[in-house]
Design a protein around this ligand. Structure first.
Ligand code: SF4
Ligand code: F3S
Length: 107
C-alpha cells in the first residue's frame, strides 16, 4: 500500500507535501505531483499537509479517483523527484475548488 496523489492537486501543486516526506518519494510533472508507490513508507505525514486534500491512503481513495493509483505508479517512473517546496502556479487558488480537472493534466 502507499499514499496516492489525486485530482485536486492538478494545477494547484502547492508542494507543502514535499517538505515532510522522509523518503523523497514525490515526483513532479508540469502541473501535478505523484507519489512513487515503491518508495512510500506509509508514514502518513504528507496527507494533512495538502491544502486541497489531494493525498489519500490508497484504500481510502474515493472511487471516482481510483485510476490515480495507476497514474501515480506510471508517472513517478517518468518524472523527476522533487524534495523542496516551491511557489505554486500563480493561478493555483483559482483551481483549488474546481472538481473536475483531469483534462488539465499535462504529462
Ligand atoms: Fe512520503 Fe510518508 Fe507521504 Fe508516503 S506517506 S508519500 S512516505 S510523506
Ligand atoms: Fe499537490 Fe497538495 Fe502536494 S496540491 S503538490 S498534493 S500539497
Amino acid at each position: 500500500m502507499a499514499f496516492v496523489v489525486a485530482e485536486p492537486c492538478i494545477k494547484c501543486k502547492y508542494t507543502d507535501c514535499v517538505e515532510v516526506c522522509p523518503v523523497d518519494c514525490f515526483h513532479e510533472g508540469p502541473n501535478f505531483l505523484v507519489i512513487d508507490p515503491d518508495e512510500c513508507i506509509d508514514c502518513t505525514l504528507c496527507e494533512p499537509e495538502c491544502p486541497v486534500t489531494a493525498i489519500f491512503r490508497e484504500e481510502e481513495l474515493p472511487d471516482k479517483w481510483e485510476h490515480y493509483t495507476e497514474l501515480n505508479a506510471e508517472l513517478s517512473q517518468d518524472w523527476p523527484v522533487i524534495t523542496e517546496q516551491k511557489d505554486p502556479p500563480p493561478d493555483a487558488d483559482e483551481w483549488a475548488d474546481v472538481e473536475e480537472k483531469y483534462d488539465q493534466l499535462e504529462r
